[in-house]
Every structure is written in C-alpha cells, then in structure tokens.
Design a protein. Structure first.
Length: 193
C-alpha cells in the first residue's frame, strides 16, 4: 500500500482458498499423475482424529520422524521408533492401521483435556476437535474474538461470526443484527469503522 500517494489495494478474501488448502497435496498429486487419492488415504503416520473417553475428539499429527518418536514415547511405546517398521514415514504408512489402533487405545483412556495436556507435555502436535459448545468455550477462540454478540438493544443479542478480515486501520464491525423472522436467520450488516 502506497500511503504517501493515497493509493490502496483491493483485498480479495475468499473462504474458498483456505478450505481447499485442507486437501494438502491431493490436487498436486492428481495433476501430476492423473490418479485420484483413495478415500481416507493419509500422507503421514501417526496422524488422525481420535476419540477420547468423554466422547470428545482430538486431532494429532506425528508427520515428521521426530514428531512420530514423540508420539510413540507419549503412548509409552518409545521403543517402536527403533523398529524399522516404524522409523520412517513410508514404513509407518505401511503399518498405519496398527499404529492408529495403538494411539486410539491410549487416547480412549483419557478425557479430552487430560489427553491434550498429556500430549502437549510430550511436545506432540495435538488440538481439540470442537462442536459448537466447545467453540463457545475455547479460550483461544474467545480471545481472538471469532464470535461476537450483536444486538439492537430491543431484543436479546445474537451470537455470530465476527467480521473478517481484520485490518489494522479500518476494522470491520457489526452495525446491526436482526432477529430471525419467517425462518430467515439473523444477519449482521458489516460496515467499516
């Protein structure tokens, strides 16, 4: 942005690109080989979503060799890394079902908060998988202000996603919210402050 000349730029912010980034290398591999990835195919092991004792879930990734070692140590099976079947990612992928079963069995004994604390203490990349309730309670989500309560003072507030993107000079804000009528959800009119 050229501040001194009074010129700006258009910000083209779409949800499409971040959502497609979740696919990882699938499109790159398809474009090169013409082969579609198998459903559920992984690019790293151990890696996945695991159910905790309280019915909640965590996502964990041990995609590098060093991180895989930490995962094995965290589940009390550090010696696995010395076995050729588990030393490299390619070898782990060949035995992924076996590894997943070991990780799932370990995680299934703990509730989500204990699981997160345990793996984080071992330096493992892990995070919660949230439902709506979990998102409302998550400290990181709350501290980022991802959701806001907006209202017109005449009715109860409506909780909705905050305006994005967050710009340094002109922040978006919810100027008005209308309650649901005739099965039309409440909406937020974004304006620039």
């Amino acid at each position: 942005m050229e501040v001194n000349r009074g010129k700006g730029q258009v910000i083209d912010l779409s949800l499409l690109e971040p959502m497609l980034a979740i696919m990882g290398p699938d499109v790159t591999n398809y474009a090169r080989t013409g082969v579609k990835p198998a459903e559920g195919a992984k690019i790293a092991s151990p890696r996945g979503a695991y159910r905790c004792a309280d019915g909640r879930w965590v996502a964990m990734s041990g995609s590098t060799d060093a991180m895989a070692r930490k995962v094995f140590e965290a589940i009390g099976k550090g010696g696995l890394y010395d076995d050729a079947r588990y030393r490299t990612n390619a070898a782990r992928l060949a035995h992924d079902a076996e590894i997943d079963a070991m990780v799932q069995a370990f995680i299934a004994r703990m509730d989500q908060s204990a699981c997160l604390a345990h793996f984080r203490a071992h330096g493992v990349t892990v995070g919660p998988i949230h439902d709506a309730e979990g998102l409302c309670r998550d400290e990181h989500v709350r501290s980022r202000g991802v959701y806001v309560a907006a209202g017109d003072g005449a009715d109860e507030d409506v909780v909705m996603h905050a305006v994005a993107p967050r710009l340094s000079a002109r922040r978006g804000r919810c100027a008005a919210a209308r309650r649901a009528t005739a099965n039309i959800p409440g909406r937020c009119c974004a304006t620039w402050a």
